[in-house]
Design a protein around this ligand. Structure first.
Ligand code: ADP
Length: 378
């Protein structure tokens, strides 16, 4: 037999599932939003993932359906399950990742540490929260945000008026999420993968640097993470994976507070930017592990190859030309850098690729990754 996987969404995450699928002899097909998607290297169909018939037709002959993003509507997910399709993660699990208020409710119910939060519907609610939390807060739109879009620091009750005005419109949420502005020492991420039959594998805890709400750099493992911190991160991710029933890769974004606690920021139920280092830095990458997990195959070894891996995103890309134009110079200068070009048109701020370096010395690996990315930046 041949394993067949269908991926909904044609972004770089779907694209990066292709090489391990090729290696393992898995047939991978992608339902992309448009022609010329980042995942166009796979067998790609173009169709609207909001349309149940389109998605059912796409899923007809695959062993499992999985995702490049979390935006497939619940009714479409349910139609797949009702038609007998293996959907991983399940609609019930994805429901928790699709709405930040649902996520906060669920994490709180599970007794996991999260920033202080509330739902707010207008200025009075926001004023009350600000009064209780030192006059500063973070307001978030519950759905559809990514890369910091839909996240705003507010210092006065009128700071989210435009978002309040949009509440209740067709398809929109009826409340916003407000959180304490966490004083964090740094941001961390814990990735795990879980099979439907229950096996879980975790990668080392990593440190992430966000710029303007966008992941810029990841260091694996997180420097100066003692056993207590690493164990707590792994415990949190395991509780979420098991209690929410996540299948495939789960990313838990965390804040390490200035007083040494871990708080959960966000969950993502798919391969995640903070796990890209694992392609070049770990025995089993997050993309291979995701394929194995959603097919309910035994999980791979997550050990790092080297002491340190550093991943730096290419944000925006070259002002002129393409990443490919810059490759010869980069390759000559940085022979140890592993370049990943997502095949996307350069645009300010857009994630168009990343570079990973590995080695025995953190400062050296970091310096080489940053130097490599600079070739794509002007
Ligand atoms: P997105 O869905 O766009 O990834 P997040 O909720 O992860 O949005 O927020 C993006 C970034 O904003 C975080 O990585 C963090 O740097 C900052 N942030 C989010 N929530 C808080 C908070 N409660 N306190 C402090 N910073 C926050």
């Amino acid at each position: 037999m041949t394993y067949r996987i269908g991926v909904i969404g044609g972004g770089q995450l779907a694209r990066m599932m292709v090489p391990p699928a090729v290696h393992l002899g898995i047939e991978i097909s992608v339902l992309a939003e448009a022609e010329g998607s980042s995942a166009r290297l796979a067998a790609t169909q173009v169709g609207d993932y909001h349309d149940a018939e389109t998605v059912l037709r796409f899923a007809k002959d695959v062993h499992a359906v999985t995702f490049d993003h979390e935006h497939v509507p619940q009714d479409v997910l349910r139609a797949l399950v009702d038609a007998g399709v293996e959907v991983h993660p399940s609609p019930e699990a994805l429901f928790v990742a699709q709405d930040k208020i649902v996520m906060r409710e669920r994490l709180t119910a599970l007794g996991l540490p999260v920033p202080a939060w509330a739902t707010v519907r207008g200025r009075d609610d926001l004023a009350a929260f600000l009064a209780e939390h030192g006059g500063r807060a973070v307001v978030k739109t519950p759905r559809g945000g990514y890369d910091g879009k839909g996240v705003r620091v507010v210092r006065s009750a009128d700071g989210a008026d435009d978002w309040f005005a949009a509440l209740g419109a067709a398809g929109a949420s009826d409340a916003l999420l407000v959180e304490e502005l966490v004083e964090f020492r740094r941001e961390l991420a814990q990735l795990v993968a879980r099979r439907p039959s229950g096996e879980i594998a975790a990668w080392p805890l990593v440190e992430t640097v966000q710029r303007d709400g966008v992941c810029a750099e990841v260091t694996a493992p997180a420097p100066d993470a003692d056993d207590a911190l690493s164990d707590e991160a792994r415990r949190i991710a395991t509780v979420v994976a098991e209690q929410v029933g996540v299948t495939g890769v789960l990313a838990v974004e965390l804040f390490e507070t200035t007083d040494g606690r871990l708080l959960v920021n966000e969950l993502a139920m798919r391969p995640h930017n903070t796990g890209h280092w694992s392609i070049d830095g770990a025995v089993t990458s997050q993309f291979e592990q995701h394929l194995r997990a959603v097919l309910d195959l035994p999980l791979g070894d997550t050990s790092p190859h080297r002491a340190w891996s550093v991943m730096v995103n290419v944000l925006g890309g070259p002002a002129q030309g393409t990443m490919a134009d810059r490759l010869p110079a980069l390759m000559a200068d940085q022979p140890g850098a592993k370049v990943h070009d997502y095949g996307k048109d350069p645009r300010p701020g857009r994630k168009v690729g990343h570079v990973t370096t590995t080695g025995p010395d953190l400062e050296d690996a970091r310096g080489r990754a940053r130097a490599a990315v600079r070739f794509f930046e002007d």
